[in-house]
Design a protein around this ligand. Sequence first.
Ligand code: ZN
Length: 294
Amino acid sequence: MSNKVIIEVRINEYAMRDHNPHVPYSPEEIAGQALECWREGASIIHYHARDPKTGAPASDPKLYADTVRRIKDKSDLITMPTLGAWWMPSPEARIAHIVEMAKDPQTKPEFGPIDMATSNVDTYDPTTKRYTTNETVYLNTTKTWQYFAETMNSVGVKPMPAIWAVPSIRATQAFVEMGLFKEPLYCELILTENWLLSGHPGTVKGMEAFVDFLQDKPKWQWSVMCVGGNLLPIAAAAIERGGHISIGLGDYAYPELELPTNARLVARIAQIAREMGREIATPAEARQMLGLTK
Ligand code: ZN
């Protein structure tokens, strides 16, 4: 098995430009930046559809599809749109754009994320020491997980379990046993900082707490991300432990690097990995490592 580092760019999430002016909103902007990131070594792009002008969250399958078409036109990047946001009315609505895009080879996503947790996602303000709504829960029943996994499998999109805490690893293992997730797996370890407290802390220790429970799972390729904080202090430790990196302006604005572009973040990770003796996986190599067939 290759030990190359897979770099995923988490290009926009629901981040706004008041924190970093480079956050892409429109399909054209997202695809343009995805291609820049691909040239710097990214092999997977994760994106959210946004209103092209205001940046408001959008769910129109056309925006999702237009983005992929532009990316596939010029690159062999692996695409992973978000699953519809948690506030959407039903599981069917949350996955509708993935099912729609899967009908056309030109827009078909290769991965779809499934958050293997139910969590308090009410944001916390460390300055005022207050939560925002006092009741925001991101609900994912085991029935919903099964529905998402079965639907993705049926349209040829590979589920990507997002690991919020150690119990997510146990649920993911159950899904492997149930035949709903197929190894080799690609999974993401979620660290959170500042306003979101529902992942492990954004520290090497927070990451290690996950990795301790992955030692007996050689067929799981794991990548680490950090919502709300700087991933760079953790990246070297992840690379050293055999992990992969998911980074981007969607998660954090990176004032430490003077508000860089997504491509600059990818280039930085590629440089760190190479300096540590691990080469960067191309999309074709990542497909092989992650069990994707083209
Ligand atoms: Zn996302």
